[in-house]
Design a protein around this ligand. Structure first.
Ligand SMILES: [Zn+2]
Length: 277
């Protein structure tokens, strides 16, 4: 099946409340077959499940606690174990519908971690969620910022096998440690304005690459709302850097994405539109 899978997207974000239907329609027109709706905190879990039920076979739910938690729009802090208290019962409730645990990870940006204790708290939150992913046999959808090496190291120590590192900001040499462990890396449309991501894609084997948009963030243009339809921007850029046709990129990357949606059948809308005809 030709098309794209958006392996990391915040479709439950308030930015899409007004026009989510149109955003989804436009993404389908751009060739999107499926998207993974990742969570940042437990308060949006039910919304993600509802969206996945509204678009079956197209929106796939992932629940998890992000390493950075919002106290208010102006204030954010690193995650701690208490943040899991509200999340775990909801994950348990919907475990059979989930395709991954995410978005989880480590974020050692100085404004979120003031001390070693803050880093340790994030580690504990990630370790617990890594255990849950293993128990449920689900992949982890992982964020790492200023923490590429410690994230990959922790996941390896925990014996996590199915990993997608989204918008990885580390060095290609660190990413290659992930490749050795069989980990995948998803590339957002911001690649067209990020030298670091361009270098990363040059080094990564095509077999370990997936696509994402991280909508509404990481779009091709700074400060402009990103949408899942921009997935083709990443694909076209990868095809250019790797010197491989767009068709081949689609084929390989859709196959690579299947691991991260727990091998569920994708492209529900394609079947539906055929039935409509
Ligand atoms: Zn994200």
């Amino acid at each position: 099946m030709q098309g794209y899978v958006d392996c990391h997207c915040h479709i439950s974000a308030g930015d899409f409340d007004k026009d989510v239907e149109e955003v989804i329609e436009n993404s389908k027109k751009a060739g999107l077959l499926a998207l993974l709706a990742v969570a940042e905190h437990s308060r949006e879990f039910e919304k993600i499940i509802e969206l996945s039920q509204r678009y079956p076979g197209f929106i796939f739910p992932c629940l998890g606690v992000h390493p950075v938690q919002e106290v208010s729009p102006e204030q954010q802090r690193g995650a701690c174990l208490q943040d899991l208290d509200a999340a775990l019962p909801i994950i348990e409730k919907y475990k059979d519908q989930l395709v991954a645990i995410g978005e989880v990870g480590l974020d050692f940006t100085p404004r979120y971690v003031k001390s070693d204790t803050d880093k340790e708290n994030q580690r504990l939150v990630l370790i617990r969620q890594a255990q849950i992913a293993k128990e449920l046999d689900l992949p982890l959808n992982v964020h790492s910022r200023s923490a590429g090496r410690p994230t990959i190291q922790l996941l390896k120590e925990q014996g996590v096998k199915k990993v997608l590192l989204h918008a990885f900001d580390g060095k290609p040499s660190v990413a290659m440690e992930g490749v050795k462990a069989g980990y995948f890396f998803s590339i957002p449309p911001s690649i067209i304005r990020s030298e670091q991501k361009q270098k990363l894609v040059k080094q990564l084997p095509l077999e370990n690459i997936c696509l994402e948009t991280d909508s509404p963030a990481l779009g091709p243009e700074k400060q402009v709302r990103n949408e899942p339809k921009n997935i083709c921007v990443s694909a076209e850029y990868i095809s250019k850097i790797k010197g491989v046709s767009l068709e081949k990129v689609m084929e390989l990357l859709v196959n690579a994405s299947r691991v991260h949606i727990s091998h569920r059948p994708i492209g529900g809308h394609v079947n539906r539109s055929r039935a409509d005809v």
